[in-house]
Design a protein around this ligand. Structure first.
Ligand SMILES: Nc1ncnc2c1ncn2[C@@H]1O[C@H](COP(=O)(O)OP(=O)(O)OP(=O)(O)O)[C@@H](O)[C@H]1O
Length: 231
């Protein structure tokens, strides 16, 4: 289970953007996090993915409290997460051809032997042709680049997926295709998903439960303290 307990986080001392926020995601569960722009959803998603150290609160991963964040986190914890962000151009090294971009986590974790099979398999599932795999980010569309970023997020077979506005910059059919890839992965592996967004219809359709985060944040409830309504 991925459990955020009373997380307070931000970027400046004494000015948190997330206050006392609690949320759980069970293995195999898809949880949506919906809220207005600037309320702190991405910050919370970054805490959940071990990319941003909270000021206070506890993140439990399968019952184990996380003590280190970012590159200091143990590899088995870091690699348990696949993260897809809203803007693929900010998330992709512009020098890498898409095949290398997808394989990057395998190279970084010393699993080079898996690269050919895994890249071919994932390229097929996200809908990237061999020609596109040879191109660099500036030679493909945003949607094609986001497909590669999703493949990269899945390449280490993460147990948790954090999708932060993954489809916000995409046309409806590309967005639907990427959601279908995530759902196929989730249903075959039992991975848990936290999908962050502001599209209520999409999140309610995609996720079994959607946390509605209103601002200002309400007081904590005994279970998730995220907002007035959870569907
Ligand atoms: N790196 C940063 N340094 C300082 N402030 C930041 C940083 N990133 C975000 N913020 C601020 O933190 C607050 C929450 O931002 P965050 O990106 O978490 O919100 P969000 O709900 O995901 O917004 P959006 O839906 O627009 O992406 C905002 O006021 C934002 O300006």
């Amino acid at each position: 289970m991925l459990e955020l307990r009373a997380i307070t986080a931000g970027y400046a001392q004494h000015a948190p953007v997330v206050r006392d926020f609690s949320l759980t995601v069970e293995p195999g569960e898809a949880v949506g996090l919906l809220g207005p722009s600037g309320c702190g959803k991405s910050t919370l998603a970054r805490v959940a993915a071990l990319l941003h150290r909270p000021d206070s609160g506890t993140l439990l991963l399968d019952g184990e409290p996380v003590r280190r964040w970012r590159h200091r986190a143990p590899r088995e914890q870091r690699t348990a997460f696949g993260v897809v962000l809203q803007q693929p151009r900010l998330a992709a090294d512009p020098r890498l051809r898409l095949a290398h971009l997808i394989a990057e986590p395998l190279h970084a974790t010393g699993r080079r032997s898996e690269v050919p099979d895994r890249v071919a398999e994932l390229a097929t599932s996200v809908g990237l042709t061999p020609d596109l795999l040879t191109r660099r980010p500036h030679e493909v569309s945003d949607g094609q680049l986001q497909r590669a970023c999703l493949a990269r997020a899945l390449v280490l077979r993460p147990r948790w997926l954090i999708c932060d506005e993954m489809t916000a910059m995409l046309d409806a059919s590309t967005g639907a295709a990427l959601v279908a890839v995530v759902e196929a992965y989730r249903s075959t592996t039992g991975a848990g998903l936290l999908a962050v967004g502001h599209d209520r219809t999409l999140l309610n359709r995609w996720c079994r439960r959607t946390v509605h985060w209103e601002t200002p944040q309400p007081p904590r409830a005994p279970e998730d303290s995220q907002g007035p309504s959870v569907r």
